[in-house]
Design a protein. Structure first.
Length: 139
């Protein structure tokens, strides 16, 4: 998420590929670690993205313009992206979001599911099985 918001959005692309940022990426590719990614891989990427985001925030003025491709090229400012990313981190921090979903079955941030990947019940079942299968490899 931060690699895109603090990279591509402000013409400061993150210097390495990141799952989920390519137009042809599998839906939700950035939401889980693949079986071949180690803990050190994930944490290392997080540190590199964090440093890149910090550099963008420190370099640009708060009103710097950007454009979010995955929001149909909506024009934004660094201020708006900072607020958006803060809200997203608040919502998704740790596993609190999963616990919330278990309470009432609702997903997404706005109306139920309107910012979720489109997929029917069979697609979601297949997606969950893929994630569970990957997780079982580490059990």
């Amino acid at each position: 998420m931060a690699a895109g918001y603090f990279g591509e959005v402000f013409d400061r692309p993150f210097p390495e590929p990141v799952a989920g940022l390519d137009d042809d990426a599998e839906p939700n590719a950035d939401m889980w670690a693949a079986a071949d990614e180690s803990r050190d891989d994930v944490i290392g990427l997080w540190h590199r993205v964090w440093a890149h985001a910090d550099a963008t925030i420190e370099t640009l003025p708060i009103h710097a313009p950007g454009s979010v491709r995955w929001w149909q090229h909506k024009p934004v400012t660094l201020h708006l992206i900072l607020v958006h990313v803060l809200a997203e981190l608040n919502r998704h921090a740790g596993h609190a979001d999963i616990v919330r979903e278990l309470v009432d079955g609702q997903v997404g941030w706005r109306r139920p599911g309107d910012n979720m990947v489109e997929g029917d019940e069979a697609w979601w079942a297949s997606y969950r099985e893929k994630l569970e299968s990957t997780a079982r490899q580490f059990a």
